[in-house]
Structure formats: structure tokens, C-alpha cells
Design a binder for this molecule. Sequence first.
Ligand SMILES: Cc1ncc(COP(=O)(O)O)c(C=O)c1O
Length: 385
Amino acid sequence: MGPGPSSANPRVLRAMSLPIIGYLDPAFFDLLDELSGMLGEIFRTDQHSFAVAGAGSAGMEAGLVSLASPGDTVIICSYGYFCERQIIMAERLGLNVVAIRTEWGKSMDPQVLADTLRDHPETQLVVGIHAETSAGTIQPIAEFARLAHESGALFMTDVVTSLAGCELEFDKWKLDFAYSGSQKCLAAPPGISPVALSERALSYIRNRPNPPSSWYLDLSLIADYWGPDHIAHHTAPVSMIYGLREAVAMALNETLEVRWKRHEANAAALRAGLEALNLELPISEKDRLDQLTVVKLPQGVDDVKLRKQLIEEYSIEVGRGLGEFAGEVVRIGLMGESCVPANVFALLNALEKILPEHGWEVAKGSAISAASAQLAESPSPLYSA
Ligand SMILES: Cc1ncc(COP(=O)(O)O)c(C=O)c1O
């Protein structure tokens, strides 16, 4: 129940143990074609969908290196730890970064982006994270994309924590590039980054005066390997692709709408239980994520000791606060495979036992009954693999 990786289903792990075939074997091309179409359904796009070999950060770096050239102005919206990582990467790539820094724990007002675009009409690329896992916030990226396009820029987004956990519409929202991770709501092991790329963005990469400075992360070369001609690039991570295919198949089998509802219902139950323990949830209802709940640590409760006890005594992992939130909050993930009522109840039960040892008194049974009542009102769809 940390901020990722979440648990992977045994079906996914079994698929990853299948025999290795060549990355240029026609049977493997069939698998790539199938998976590309399935990822299109997950991202809701009829344009290009494939996977970058590497962690979510590889998807991030592939977008930054491919969609802008050194010296180009890139606006990065920053409201969390991973936004700051994008800024570091973009600066290392020699991009002219205009950072918009807004308060952590709140969704950014698109008007700030509109104003910045007015000051920087030369902007080549706008970057904004959809679900900021460090701050537990959801962001209005459809509006960010609209503003970027109005000013002639491309729009790139991070959907590492949102993909398959809440609504995401790549084509309808007119996104140009979205990268994700396998290890969150898709419930596969970490190490591969599913992405979607618009026609417009691909054509920019193909026609830019100088190719991206990274050969490995050039999105047009990776798109060519996944495209109809399957032009050789690096050796694909065959087992990761087997695993991703299985995980995506399970998500499509459940249907996205049901999966989103599962995330919504279990997060609501968790929040009801946490509130019954008198814990503060600092992110407003409008801005918060279901996949990741930020909880403020009450006075006197030691972050490190609490998380250690949860692991050692209850085998439950929750995440620490990052950046501005370090030492102030814990972050509870309910993602993919891990997003089930049994986990909600296990954690609430553990907290009810542990918190009084830290001097935070709780009404016995209150958290479990609040979560039960919430699930009775809005049940979690049954999850079965
Ligand atoms: C929003 C967000 N972006 C990017 C990343 C980086 O992904 P990875 O650790 O797979 O490189 C994470 C990881 O937690 C994340 O939550």
C-alpha cells in the first residue's frame, strides 16, 4: 500500500516466465501489434501507443529529449516532487526551462499557465503531471493541453499514477505525449513505461532540424520498432512485454470504468476510516487522488517508527512524505491489484492498534465501521483475476 510499486498479479508474473523469443521474431511482432492496440484502449487513443524500455523516468526523459531541442523554451508546471525531477532533466538537456511553481497539495489554476504562455509565446512544449504522487493531487491537464495548443506548443503529461486508475482520455483531451509506469494501477512489475504519442508530436520529431540527442530514448525510433515495419532498435525487454500484455489484458477485461470505480470506492472507504481515527486529510475533495491518499501525521506520531511498525508487525507498506511533505505525512497507495477492501480493512485495523502506542487515542472499532458503512453505500466492484 505504498505509492508504488503495487503488487503484481500472479498471472502477470507467470506470463513473465514464458520462454524468451527474439525481439525480431514475427511471433513477437504479433504480440507487439496486439499490445499496441490494447494500450491504445487504455490510453483512449487511435494514434500511437507503445512502451519505452525503462522505468517511468525513462518515459519522462524520452518525452523531454524528443519533443524539444536545446535552447527551446519549455514551460514546466510544478506542484510536486516529480515535477521538480522533470525540471532537473530538462535543464540537463539544455532546454530553456520556465518553471511555474504552485502550492503542493492543490491543483494548479490554469490561468497561471495562460499568463505564462502569454509572456512566452515562443514556447515549444508545456509539461504538466496528471496525478502527482508526492502531493496526492489530480491536475486539470485537459485544460493545460488546450492552452498549450492555443499558443502553438505541444503538451506532454505524466500519467504514471493515473493510467488505469482514473479517467484519462488521450485523444479527447488532445494530449501530445503521455508516459506512464507499469508498476502502479496497471499492476505489473516496475521497469517498462507505456506511452501514447500524437501524430502531431511524432511529425515534429521526424522533422526537427537535429535529431534528439539520445538515440535510445528517441520516441520516433521506438515508434518505428512498434510500428508496422518493426524497424530494429534496441533489444526489447521481452519478459517485461509479456508481463505488460497480461496486466493490460486484465485491466481491459475488468473494463476501465469498473477499474476506476474500484479505485474510487476503496479510496472513499479508506478516507472514511482515517477520518474516524481523527486523522487529517490535507488534500481537498476536489484536488485529491483516489490512488494515493495523503494523511497528515498527528503531533507526536513518529513517521519512521510508524512505518517500520506497519511493515514489521502487519506486513503493510505505506509511503513516506517526499520533498515539502517529508516527515509531515504518510502516503497510502490503493493501486491496481492492491486496491481491494481487504487491504483497506487491514490497514485501518493496524492503525487502530498502533496509533494509541504513539499517544494518539482512537475510538476502538470506529475506523472499520466507518469504512464498512462507506462501502455499503458505494460498494467496490468485485476484483477477480
Ligand atoms: C508521478 C510520477 N512520475 C514519475 C515517477 C517515476 O517513475 P519511476 O520510478 O518508474 O521512474 C513516479 C514514481 O513514483 C511518479 O509517481
